[in-house]
Design a protein around this ligand. Structure first.
Ligand code: MTE
Ligand code: MO
Length: 534
C-alpha cells in the first residue's frame, strides 16, 4: 500500500514538473508577445541575458568569446532558458503541495525579468510589462494545471479511511493532458504572433534602408591597387565581403532603426554651436570614401576579429569644427568624445585623434551599400587606428564632448584601457594548422595590420630559424591591412611557422605573448603543420 502510494506521488511530481514547464512556456511566449508590442529588447530572456552581459567581468567575457566565438550570444540565451526551465519545473512541483508557493516562485521570476529589463540602458517603465504579463500568464496556467493534478477523482473513499477525509484527490491525467496541450498550442500561437508583430514593427526600418539612396562621394577612394591581392588561395580577401565581416557587440537583439526617425545630437564641453542632425542633414554634407580595417581588442593573436571595408561617410572632424569644437592641442577643454548608441552603449575616443587629420568618419555606407543593420545602420563611427570598443559605435545616437577624467565609457568601467590604439599584428591564413601540404614550394600567406602607421615589412621563420622576408601586397593605404606571402621550401616532417610584422615607424611586432585585456593581445602567430613527403 505505501509503495503504491510512493509511486503515485513520484508520478504526480513528474506531472507537477511538466505542468511547471508548460506554464513556463506559456509565460514566456506571452511575454515575448508583449515585448513585441513594447520593444524586442524588453523580453525577459533578452533582458536577463543583457543584464548578465553588462555585469560579466572582462575575464569571463573573454573566456566565453574564446569558447564559443560568435555563438556566445546563443549559448548565453540557451543558458538563461535552461535555468528558466529548471525553476519552472520546481515551481510546478511546489505548487502541488501549496499553490501559493508555486505562485510565489513564478512571481519572483517575473520580478527578476522586470528588474533586469528596467536596469537596461535606455529602459522606460514599460519595459517591465512583458515580464509581468508573462508572470501573470504562467501563474494562471500553473493554477489550472495544478488543479487537474489535485482534483477530486470522484472515486469513493477507500474503506476504513473515514468519511471525514472526503473524496480521494488525485491525478486527472486526461484533464491535465487536455489543458497542457491547450496551453502549449496557445503558447505557439502567441510566439508566432510575437514574431509577426516584431517583423511588422521593424518593417518601417527595413523599408527605410531599402529605400535609402546614398549620394556619391564628393571624394571617392582610389581603386584598390591591383597588387593588393597576392593571389594565394586561402588568404583573407583584401576587402572583406559584408557577409564574412566579423560582428562584435553586446546587442542580443540587433537594433533596427528607422532612417527617417534617426537623430544625432552633438553637445558638451567646448561646443559653441550644438548640432542636431537627421539623416537628410548628414547626407547633405560632402561624403568621403575611405578603406579602413576594423579590429576588435578581443582578437587573440591569429584570431578572426578583423575585417576590411570601404566606408562612406562624413568626416567627423568637420562636424566637430562646425559645432565649434577645438582639439586640446588648440586649447579646447574636452579631450574625450563620448559616443552613445541607441542601445545605451558608450565609447570614449580621444578628440585629438579624431581631429588630427585622419579619416575618422560617421559612416553611412559599407562596401557600396547602406550599412547593414548588424553593422550599425543608419550611422556608425569608424576611426582608423583605434580598436572598435573605443571608437566604432554602431547605431549612433549622441556625441558628447567631455574629459577622460570626468567620464569612463562602458568597457573602461569593465577593466579595459581608456585609450587603445591598435597594436601591430600579423596572421598566417594559409597553411591552416590542420593542413598537410606536400614537400616542395608551399606558399605561406596571410594579412598584417598596423592601422594608420602602415605595414613596412613582414617576416616568417620556420622552427625558430632565421627570419625570412615575405613579399607584401601593394599598399592600399596605411589604414588597411596588407596581404603578404612567403614561398616556403618545405621538407617533410612537423614544422612550426611564425610571423611578425614591422610598422612604418620601424617598430617590430613584439614576440612576448600578452592577454587581450586591457588593451589588446601581443605575440607572434604560430602555426604547426605536418608536411608529407613529396
Ligand atoms: N552599439 C554598439 N556598437 C559597437 C559595439 C557594441 O557592443 N555596441 N561593439 C564595438 C566593438 S567592441 C567592435 S570591435 C566593433 C565591431 O564592429 P562590427 O560588429 O561592425 O564588426 O563595433 C563596436 N561598436
Ligand atoms: Mo571590439
Amino acid at each position: 500500500m505505501t509503495r503504491v502510494k510512493a509511486v503515485g506521488q513520484r508520478r504526480q511530481r513528474v506531472y507537477g514538473a511538466l505542468g511547471g514547464v508548460v506554464a513556463g512556456c506559456a509565460g514566456l511566449s506571452l511575454s515575448e508577445l508583449a515585448a513585441a508590442a513594447v520593444r524586442p529588447e524588453a523580453g525577459p530572456v533578452t533582458a536577463v541575458g543583457g543584464a548578465l552581459v553588462d555585469r560579466t567581468p572582462a575575464a569571463v567575457k573573454e573566456w566565453a568569446v574564446r569558447q564559443f566565438g560568435a555563438a556566445d550570444k546563443t549559448v548565453l540565451l540557451l543558458g538563461v532558458l535552461a535555468v528558466l526551465a529548471l525553476v519552472a519545473a520546481a515551481a510546478g512541483v511546489l505548487a502541488l503541495r501549496r499553490r501559493a508557493a508555486g505562485a510565489a516562485v513564478v512571481c519572483g521570476f517575473a520580478a527578476v525579468g522586470a528588474v533586469a529589463a528596467l536596469s537596461r540602458p535606455e529602459a522606460t517603465w514599460q519595459d517591465a510589462l512583458p515580464s509581468l504579463a508573462g508572470g501573470a500568464g504562467a501563474m494562471w496556467v500553473l493554477y489550472l494545471l495544478t488543479g487537474a493534478l489535485t482534483r477530486p477523482t470522484g472515486a469513493p473513499p477507500t474503506p476504513g479511511s473515514g468519511a471525514d477525509r472526503g473524496p480521494a484527490r488525485g491525478l486527472d491525467r486526461r484533464g491535465f493532458g487536455r489543458m497542457a496541450a491547450a496551453a502549449l498550442a496557445g503558447s505557439a500561437a502567441a510566439g508566432y504572433a510575437g514574431r509577426r508583430l516584431t517583423a511588422h514593427g521593424s518593417a518601417g526600418a527595413t523599408a527605410s534602408r531599402a529605400g535609402l539612396r546614398l549620394p556619391p562621394p564628393a571624394r571617392p577612394a582610389p581603386p584598390v591597387p591591383a597588387g593588393a591581392d597576392v593571389g594565394v588561395p586561402g588568404v583573407s580577401a583584401f576587402l572583406t565581403p559584408v557577409s564574412d565581416f566579423y560582428r562584435v557587440d553586446t546587442a542580443l537583439v540587433v537594433p533596427r532603426i528607422d532612417a527617417d526617425s534617426w537623430r544625432l545630437d552633438i553637445h558638451g564641453d567646448g561646443v559653441t554651436r550644438p548640432l542636431g542632425l537627421d539623416l537628410r542633414g548628414l547626407l547633405a554634407r560632402p561624403l568621403v570614401e575611405h578603406d579602413v580595417t576594423l579590429t576588435c581588442v578581443s582578437n587573440e593573436v591569429g584570431g578572426p576579429y578583423a575585417g576590411n571595408a570601404r566606408w562612406l561617410g562624413v568626416r567627423l572632424a568637420d562636424l566637430l569644427r562646425e559645432a565649434g569644437v577645438r582639439p586640446p592641442s588648440e586649447g579646447g577643454p574636452a579631450d574625450q568624445l563620448v559616443a552613445r548608441s541607441v542601445d545605451g552603449m558608450t565609447f570614449g575616443t580621444p578628440v585629438e585623434t579624431v581631429m588630427d587629420g585622419r579619416e575618422a568618419l560617421l559612416a553611412v555606407g559599407m562596401n557600396g551599400a547602406p550599412l547593414p543593420f548588424r553593422h550599425g545602420f543608419p550611422v556608425r563611427m569608424v576611426v582608423p587606428g583605434l580598436y572598435g570598443y573605443v571608437s566604432a559605435c554602431k547605431w549612433l545616437r549622441e556625441l558628447r564632448l567631455t574629459t577622460f577624467d570626468a567620464y569612463d565609457a562602458y568597457w573602461v568601467r569593465r577593466s579595459w584601457a581608456a585609450r587603445a590604439p591598435i597594436k601591430t599584428q600579423s596572421r598566417i591564413d594559409t597553411p591552416r594548422p590542420s593542413a598537410e601540404p606536400r614537400a616542395g614550394r608551399v606558399p605561406v600567406a596571410g594579412v598584417a595590420w598596423a592601422q594608420h602607421r602602415g605595414i613596412a615589412r613582414v617576416e616568417v621563420r620556420v622552427d625558430g630559424g632565421a627570419w625570412q622576408e615575405a613579399r607584401l601586397g601593394a599598399e592600399d593605404g596605411t589604414d588597411t591591412w596588407r596581404q603578404w606571402v612567403w614561398e616556403w621550401p618545405a621538407v617533410a616532417g612537423r614544422h612550426t611557422l611564425e610571423v611578425r610584422a614591422t610598422d612604418k615607424a620601424g617598430a617590430v611586432q613584439p614576440g612576448l605573448r600578452s592577454d587581450t585585456v586591457p588593451d589588446g593581445a601581443t605575440g607572434w602567430h604560430a602555426v604547426e603543420v605536418r608536411v608529407r613527403p613529396a
